[in-house]
Design a protein around this ligand. Structure first.
Ligand code: N01
Length: 477
């Protein structure tokens, strides 16, 4: 069986490791950038890191005892993933700097076309591991700025010391990079359109004693990991499902704001008017203090246009800048875009998804046999580690490969997809993401296409093994 994996981030690497361990060696990992790591390869902005604890933000089967701190910084996560690629012998299968442009189902197999090879190569199974946050979004703002301007996920490493910097956006990326940039810049203007809820991050280094204990007492690391998992499930998830703890999170966030920002006017600008969790909560203790620095201004007037030397806001004020940083997020609801995906009978995936992306268990789509999605529609979490979801998915896909081996190509039945959609819609009603806010979790029409609306433990249970009754085998076309 030949397997194509698209993407070499957490998802693609996890899939490849599972294949290696099962003795399936005929696979290729296509990766458009020059290294493994996915989002952790792309995002090199100052301060980049993860707000999920290190010991949970790693593979359960490749625990790493040497994390230097509770919340890992980007270089350490990237080093971990590089190490995994070496440790599991994935390098010979990697095709770097190779962008997949089209996936076409023909005669029961997938043709994988790349920019350099449009004719493509043939595989039995295609696994998409492209992630949800891989396409930077730069808003259209009229006018033209003459200096350097770049997106947070495409950081240009200019020396910003002593410069005036404009940062557009105030999400998780902005929250991490602003403290770093503000530490040396002459001035930072933060253009904030919608404030986010911010919770403090209890980050700390792991001392040598604890690291030694993690290394030599594996049960300790397992117990810590398990505690982190259960804490996220019990303290955060119920809050997003409208439960008892949402008031607690709100109070904690407001207390954090009050303690960190003494100026009531600035506090007013930073106080959200929607429930905690509706947008992705920022977990960071350095963001608010950075906003109170004398060299930082928070500007809430809308941006009118770019000028050669900065930005002009709707109130007519000019904001000079030497560089503009777009911390403006990602195109998140198009999933595999811009890859053209053509399934059975010439069906176009993106046309099929016109009303919003959807997939059975987040992984399988009617009309697209033997195509599996990792971190696909409705499998993002607002409260815990996506690596957990990826492990559930790769385990499930391994089960599917077993079925394909014995029964031929498999395609999810439309009825199974309908049942799945109804269950999601039902669960989604209780979720805070539906409340009055715009977020990257949903389409412009308000359909939540990105998030999983149930506890992770439930996802693990229902993806334990594929149910053959949900699929038809060897579909024609
Ligand atoms: O992107 P975002 P991000 N004018 O979409 C603003 C993960 N992540 O890169 O809210 C002015 O959250 C936009 O404003 P509004 C994490 O899952 C994790 O920061 O649309 N502003 C918003 O403030 C996260 O959620 C980590 O009104 C404009 C910002 O840009 C996800 O990645 C670190 C605008 C975009 O925020 C994405 O985070 C980094 C305009 N025209 C990322 N257009 C950690 O683990 C957009 N905005 C810590």
């Amino acid at each position: 069986m030949r397997v194509a994996i698209i993407g070499a981030g957490f998802g693609g690497l996890c899939m490849a490791i599972r294949l290696e361990r099962a003795g399936i060696r005929d696979y290729t990992i296509f990766e458009k950038s020059g290294g493994v790591g996915g989002t952790w390869h792309d995002n090199t902005y100052p301060g980049a890191g993860c707000d999920i604890p290190s010991h949970l933000y790693s593979f359960s089967f490749a625990k790493y005892a040497d994390w230097s701190r509770r919340y890992p910084a980007q270089p350490e996560i990237l080093a971990y993933l590089d190490q995994c690629a070496d440790r599991y012998g994935l390098r010979p299968h990697l095709r770097l700097n190779t962008e997949v442009t089209a996936l076409t189902y023909q005669d029961g197999r997938w043709r994988v076309s790349t920019a350099a090879n449009p004719e493509g190569e043939i595989f039995d199974v295609a696994v998409s591991a492209v992630g949800q946050l891989n396409r930077p979004r730069i808003p259209e703002i009229s006018g033209k700025f003459d200096g350097p301007s770049f997106h947070s996920a495409r950081w240009q490493h200019h020396d910003l010391t002593g410069r005036r910097v404009a940062v557009i956006g105030a999400g998780s990326s902005a929250a991490q990079l602003i403290p770093e940039v503000a530490a040396t810049a002459a001035h930072v203007d933060v253009f904030l359109r919608t404030p986010n809820w911010v919770l403090p991050k209890a980050d700390a280094e792991f001392g040598p004693l604890l690291r030694t204990a993690f290394r030599f007492v594996p049960p300790l690391q397992r117990a810590y990991r398990s505690w982190l998992y259960h804490y996220a499930e019990t303290a955060f998830f119920p809050a997003f499902a409208g439960g008892w703890s949402s008031g607690l999170l709100r109070s904690r966030a407001l207390a954090h704001l009050k303690a960190a920002v003494p100026d009531p006017e600035l506090r007013g600008k930073l106080t959200p008017d929607y429930p905690v969790g509706c947008k992705r909560v920022i977990i960071d203790s350095r963001f608010y203090p950075a906003l109170t620095r004398p060299n930082v201004s928070v500007i809430t007037d809308g941006i009118d246009r770019l000028t050669g030397t900065g930005l002009r806001t709707a109130d007519g004020a000019e904001h000079p800048a030497d560089a503009i940083v777009y911390a403006t997020g990602f195109e998140t609801t198009g999933f595999l875009l811009p890859v053209r995906v053509t399934g059975r009978d010439g069906q176009d995936l993106h046309q099929q998804w016109e009303e919003g992306a959807e997939a059975y268990l987040g992984m399988a789509v009617p009309h697209f046999p033997n195509l599996f999605l990792l971190y696909g529609p409705n499998t993002n979490l607002g409260h815990s580690s996506i690596v957990f979801m990826i492990e559930c998915q790769t385990r499930y896909i391994m089960g599917c490969l077993g079925l394909i081996g014995s029964r031929g190509p498999m395609e999810v039945r439309a009825e199974a997809m309908d049942r799945w959609r109804r269950a999601l819609d039902e669960a989604m009603r209780a979720m805070v993401w539906q409340a009055g806010c715009a977020s990257w979790y949903k389409t412009a029409s308000g359909r939540v296409t990105n998030n999983w609306p149930r506890p992770m433990s439930m996802y693990r249970r229902i993806t334990r093994r594929p149910d053959p009754a949900a699929y038809r085998f060897a579909p024609a076309g």
